[in-house]
Ligand binder design. Structure first.
Ligand code: SF4
Ligand code: SF4
Length: 93
């Protein structure tokens, strides 16, 4: 069952950036599949390839989309992300 309960750490996090260029996204849709708030849509680009877009009004800042994405570890290194066992932390700490 999905829940909309937000924890304090989730309220202070930004809406994540799923990719900054297409080199950071292969369009696998893992983020779309795992999002508990149905905040991600897969939108076709001009060539018909699907890329994810987040609806910031639906996003609950859980960062599961970043956690599941194995395609851009640079974003995990730079910012906040959630691990399953220790919650919010800065990468490398
Ligand atoms: S999980 Fe990562 S690589 Fe896959 S569609 Fe989402 S952002 Fe792109
Ligand atoms: S942070 Fe959570 S709610 Fe927001 S888009 Fe990612 S998976 Fe969905």
């Amino acid at each position: 069952m999905k829940t909309n309960i937000l924890h304090d750490t989730e309220l202070t996090r930004p809406v994540p950036v799923l990719y900054k260029s297409k080199a950071n996204c292969c369009g696998c849709s893992a983020c779309y599949s795992i999002c508990p708030a149905s905040a991600i849509s897969m939108i076709p680009d001009e060539e018909g390839f699907l890329y994810p877009t987040i609806d910031s009004k639906k996003c609950v800042h859980c960062f599961k989309c970043i956690d599941v994405c194995a395609f851009k570890p640079d974003q995990k290194d730079k910012g906040y992300y959630q691990t399953r066992n220790v919650g919010l932390k800065k990468a490398g700490k």
